[in-house]
Design a binder for this molecule. Sequence first.
Ligand SMILES: Cc1ncc(COP(=O)(O)O)c(C=O)c1O
Length: 390
Amino acid sequence: MFNKKYYVKQFYLSLIEVLKKKDKAFVLHEPSLNKSDKLSVSKCLDSKMVSTAGLFTKKFEIKLKKFTKSKYVVSVISGTSALHLSIISSGIKKNDEILIPSMTFVATGNSVLYNNSVPHFVDINENLSIDFEKLSKYLEQISTIKDGKCYNKKTKRFIRAIIPMHTFGHICDIKKLKSIAKKFKLIIIEDAAEALGSFYKNKHAGTFGDVGILSFNGNKIITTGMGGAILTNNRKIFEKAKHLAATAKINSKWDYIHDEVGYNYRLPSLNASLGCSQLKKINYLLDNKRKLFKKYQKSFSKLNFLTLFREPLHTKSNYWLQTVILNKGYENLLTPILDKCYSKNIYIRPSWKPLHTLKFFKKFPKMNLKNTESLFKRIINIPSSSFLIK
Ligand SMILES: Cc1ncc(COP(=O)(O)O)c(C=O)c1O
């Protein structure tokens, strides 16, 4: 048995070496807001066009297109609604199975259920994203190709899509993702909610598959309060998503004609005005986050019972959330470390409870999720706001 108190203290001291002020409260991620944001939002207020018809919604989309180099962008009210529309717009139907990591925020799973599709939970690896090698072997066992689609021999349903998630901003292995999607005829919807500013071989997250999504929630690298975006190079998907996001209303001078059930998901200009000023600072924020990683790397390198997560090979990560992973054998430090930090007003967090363990997801198909279960007991996210380098 090792001395838990000693290890907890070492963790706390390494954290404080970077955070410095012991008397301050620290949350995981605060937005970076200043005068330029107030000015941009005031401009929108002055225009009185605060809803989706205002100028900033379009402006924000153009800026996002330029930054991500996605051919098409639809800005919407959240990452969750972006996922929902991406699933519908790529033609996935009721009862189709969608492969998703169990280790993700609940929105990834919920959006599958909104479409009456079936989440099929898959495992991750030490890179915190889908373990494509394990998945490939698994699909070879449980599926066969029928009518050009991947057919699940066990459940008798089609496995139509895969939603890789770029965990804490770190991009998954895109080469393996593309290869598995090709082999098993899967539509790729990238959940890049956390990955604005992350690149794989200089190409932006969310632009590798058929469609990808971003989130601009208050805790993300840039924020619009609440907000999200759909990225795609596919015109059909773009047009469908844009149409559905705006209540499926047909263009007309004055008539209200809607040709199917649509959604009121467009991002209002008021939120987009904040997005425009936020996006101007993205490179500055990315630089700061990388500097913060280096500071943590220095302070945690002395500890031999954990690893500070670093960007995978061939990727440039936005380092949205800095992540510490306890080594195997040190799982029982998780709760005492959380306790200690909370008692000092440092609100570090464990990872999400794996989705397959939540009551309403329990009945859905899953592969062996050993790595997910192990990593869940060992992941700790630490304060990651970009201003912490000061
Ligand atoms: C992985 C992941 N997917 C989806 C979402 C949903 O985004 P939003 O909160 O903007 O609806 C989030 C955001 O928190 C997320 O982290």
